[in-house]
Write a protein that binds this ligand. Structure first.
Ligand code: NAP
Length: 282
């Protein structure tokens, strides 16, 4: 039996076991995927010891992604770029780390918007400059946009992302002050919320979407609630929307494939299972 895990602190709210459990059952694989709560002070030992305890690998979540990055022996180019690791596996005795959040975000847009959707997009507006924003900007940089503008309440964090990532592609990266979002909106054909605004228990993200182009797509990585106030406002304005649940589902694909040897599919049945769980938790 192949065993995998998700490790974090706290970990009890993670939906990853539901996702991987669904795939194990769907593909008839003799395996397990369990939550493991590890405090930061013990994470180094966990990293060194999980393989001997019989685990093929696992996912890493808050607050261990940076320490996992520092602790693995080899990293993918993407993980190297983001200085954070969310997926671990062992190959030929070597502990590897990858960051699949990037793939998850882009695959969600690709699945929902169809092939070549980005041909209509020149300017992307990314709201927020936290841990998730970094991966999202890295993913967007691999596509053929002209510019990516990052707006954050703390502008120094947006500037830091620009500084760290601009060398990796020819797409122009810019940082703008939170108060200047309005000046970018008329050009933004893709608007991405990566802040925690709009999440259950948080204030909504209020944008003047009347200023956005009629062909703009609005996406939110917050997925509780599924339709955030931002997405509801965008829909009311007649804009295309993509919710954040698909990012969570797609980021799980590469890990499952590495540990269990089958590339799983993100299907409507899987999505319905997680939607039911989110709605049940309301
Ligand atoms: P984080 O590192 O803590 O970053 C939070 C971001 O939100 C920062 O840019 C912060 O701005 C901004 N923010 C918070 N309160 C704000 C306010 N009142 N006004 C303006 N900006 C505010 O968090 P994260 O890890 O990037 O995660 C962000 C959100 O994405 C969370 O809701 C998380 O659940 C969600 N997420 C979803 C997925 C998925 O798979 N769909 C994956 C990862 C994360 P400052 O820098 O100024 O503080």
């Amino acid at each position: 039996m192949t065993k995998a895990f998700v490790v974090g602190h706290p970990i009890k709210h993670s939906r990853s076991p539901l996702i991987h459990g669904f795939w194990l059952k769907t593909y008839g694989i003799d395996g397990s995927y369990e939550r493991i709560e590890v405090e930061p002070v013990n994470f180094g030992n966990f990293l060194k010891g999980f393989h001997e305890q019989g685990f093929a690998g696992g996912n890493v979540t808050i607050p261990h992604k940076e320490v996992a990055f520092a602790g693995v022996m080899r990293r993918t180019e993407r993980a190297e770029r983001l200085k954070a690791v969310n997926t671990l596996w062992v190959k030929d005795g070597v502990l590897w780390g990858d960051n699949t959040d990037v793939l998850g975000f882009m695959a969600n847009l690709d699945q929902n918007l169809g092939i070549a959707w980005e041909q209509h997009v020149e300017t992307v507006l990314v709201l927020g400059a936290g841990g998730a924003a970094r991966g999202i900007v890295a993913g967007l940089q691999e596509r053929s946009f002209k510019r990516i503008v990052i707006a954050n309440r703390t502008i120094s964090k947006a500037q830091e992302i620009v500084r760290d990532l601009e060398r990796y592609s020819t797409v122009k990266l810019e940082a703008v002050a939170w108060d200047n979002i309005g000046s970018v909106l008329p050009d933004a054909q893709l608007i991405v919320n990566t802040t925690s605004l709009g999440m259950a228990g948080q204030p909504p993200l209020l944008l003047d979407l009347d200023r956005a182009p009629d062909n703009a797509v609005v996406t939110d990585i917050v997925y509780v609630p599924l339709k955030t106030p931002l997405l509801a406002a965008a829909e009311a304005r007649g804009l295309r929307i993509v919710d954040g649940l698909g990012m969570l589902l797609h980021q799980a694909v590469p890990g499952f494939e590495r540990w269990f040897g089958v590339r799983p599919e993100v299907t409507p049945e899987l999505r319905a299972l997680i939607v039911a769980d989110i709605e049940g938790g309301k």
